[in-house]
Design a protein around this ligand. Structure first.
Ligand SMILES: [Zn+2]
Length: 138
């Protein structure tokens, strides 16, 4: 039975190294890349990219916090935890339904964040409609 970690260290790096030490959260801030080995002990590489729609990292000068939680439902261990001030808070296992819901909301928020074009396009067409209704009175 692999040992679960109670705490993590952090390392701010220019590039994520290929050899990752267990229990260390590597942060390549310039690329918004945050990578660590699964804290449940299986050692799988876990990537939590930073973006408004994905993960946010808080650094208070001494400790890091990562939000939202890290749900490794893609890994055999299906571990789920929160990193708060270098402390690992273990969350419950994911039910299949929770996994599906989280995957769905992840996808939706990522799509919202990375697909601004359709919003702009629809706003343009809305403005065009308003203008047309002003200038082309029936
Ligand atoms: Zn794991």
């Amino acid at each position: 039975m692999p040992k679960r970690r109670e705490s993590v260290r952090w390392a701010f790096v220019d590039y994520i190294p290929t050899d990752l030490e267990e229990g260390t959260n590597y942060v390549a801030a310039e690329f918004g890349a945050v990578v660590h080995r699964c804290l449940e002990g299986c050692g799988e590489k876990v990537s939590t990219p930073l973006s408004p729609a994905q993960w946010q990292l808080y650094f208070d000068g001494e400790t890091i916090s990562l939000t939202p939680s890290v749900g490794n439902w893609g890994l055999p261990c299906k571990s789920h935890y929160v990193i708060h001030r270098n402390t690992v808070i273990w969350a419950g296992p994911w039910s299949d339904r929770a996994v599906a819901a989280a995957a769905h909301s992840d996808r939706a928020s990522v799509e919202r964040h990375f697909a601004p074009e359709p919003l702009h396009a629809s706003r343009r067409s809305y403005i065009r409609q308003v203008l047309q209704s002003c200038f082309h009175r029936r």
